[in-house]
Write a protein that binds this ligand. Structure first.
Ligand code: DC
Length: 335
């Protein structure tokens, strides 16, 4: 006997949609495993607690699984869990290597059998990009790539070398000697510059401003973009930045553009720096953010801009859980 797993999401909690989704899931399981319906001994379904309109087991019976035992149960309401999801477990009288089937939004439940995908999250400083990107990567069990950290590392190198940030030539020369590595420790990104872990050193306000300055040069951008594309080409990941959806990965599977009011963004950045023990002034934080916004969105190459096909989310009055829920819902709708 083998056990075959499957799951799917439904677009709405209606009887017709449950019948459609269960029918499609079972059809796919049967065809991908070369089964005949009579070989299925029993099917156990569970559905998320937001599904009330119909029993998946009844839908299975109607789909022609009339000779096996069927059972449906409801799952607890787990925070951060996938919404409107039906899972199935089929017990089959056969000796085969099972092919599990995950359809619709449920594909994210099994990244190991789903194809590679990339999520682009762009937006200005303080819009909540990195918080959302980190959480998404954790929930979906995929890599998080903080592209801002890469530009910050270039800026730190420029500051340490004492070159003129406004001289494209000097910065371009410096880039030839740059050794930048992105490593992961317990799922957390470490930025290694010339062999040294600079993950904390790149977070100062001085480096933020310098990163915005050096990132306008083609020599810097092309070097960083090449690295970003290489990583994203190898594995599923969430990338956050300014130009991911427009320039780095215009074909990204999912694109989001986060915004928030300047007040809210400045407050977030201020709180973040204070929490790190830095002595900062709120008004100065706000001025720096505005200067960076202008510089990042007016540069000639790959400026900060919403991609036409990105979903815009204003996070000003939303909590992290609300943003994550919304982003996951939009992803589910798109799959
Ligand atoms: O996201 P961040 O605040 O860590 O980014 C620092 C600076 O790096 C930002 O002001 C502009 C630049 N940057 C960029 O030009 N493109 C990216 N994809 C990410 C960051």
């Amino acid at each position: 006997m083998v056990v075959i797993r499957g799951a799917t999401t439904i677009a709405a909690d209606t009887k017709e949609e449950i019948q459609r989704a269960v029918g499609e899931l079972l059809e796919q399981i049967v065809s991908r495993n070369s089964l005949i319906k009579g070989e299925v001994m029993s099917i156990v379904f569970s559905s998320t607690s937001d599904i009330h309109s119909y029993y998946p087991a009844k839908a299975a019976r109607e789909a022609g699984f009339s000779s096996c035992s069927l059972f449906s149960a409801q799952e607890p309401d787990i925070e951060g869990g996938l919404k409107l999801c039906i899972r199935a477990m089929l017990f089959v009288e056969k000796d085969i290597r099972p092919s599990h089937v995950y359809l619709g939004g449920a594909r994210v439940l099994r990244k190991d059998i789903a194809e590679k995908y990339n999520i682009a999250i762009d937006g200005p400083a303080g819009s909540g990009k990195s918080t959302v990107a980190k959480r998404l990567a954790k929930d979906l069990n995929i890599l998080y790539l903080d592209t801002g950290a890469m530009y910050r590392a270039c800026a730190l190198k420029a500051l340490q070398s004492g070159v003129d940030l406004e001289s494209e030539e000097q910065i371009c020369d410096l880039m030839r000697t740059l050794s930048l590595d992105i490593e992961y420790e317990g799922g957390v990104q470490k930025t290694i510059l010339d062999g040294k872990d600079v993950s904390d050193a790149i977070r100062s306000p001085e480096v933020s401003m310098a990163a915005s300055s050096v990132s306008k040069y083609a020599s810097v951008r092309m070097k960083m973009v090449e690295k970003q594309r290489e990583i994203a080409g190898r594995m599923s990941c969430v990338l956050d930045g300014r130009d991911i959806g427009t320039f780095v990965l215009p074909e990204a599977d999912f694109k989001f553009f986060l915004t928030a009011s300047p007040e809210v963004r400045a407050k977030r950045r201020f709180d973040e720096l204070v929490a790190k023990g830095l002595n900062v002034d709120f008004e100065e934080c706000k001025r720096e953010l505005t200067r960076r916004d202008v510089q990042d969105s007016t540069r000639a190459i790959a400026p900060l801009k919403r991609a036409d096909d990105a979903v815009e989310v204003d996070t000003s009055s939303l909590g992290i859980e609300e943003v994550i829920d919304l982003v996951k819902r939009k992803m589910q709708e798109k799959i």
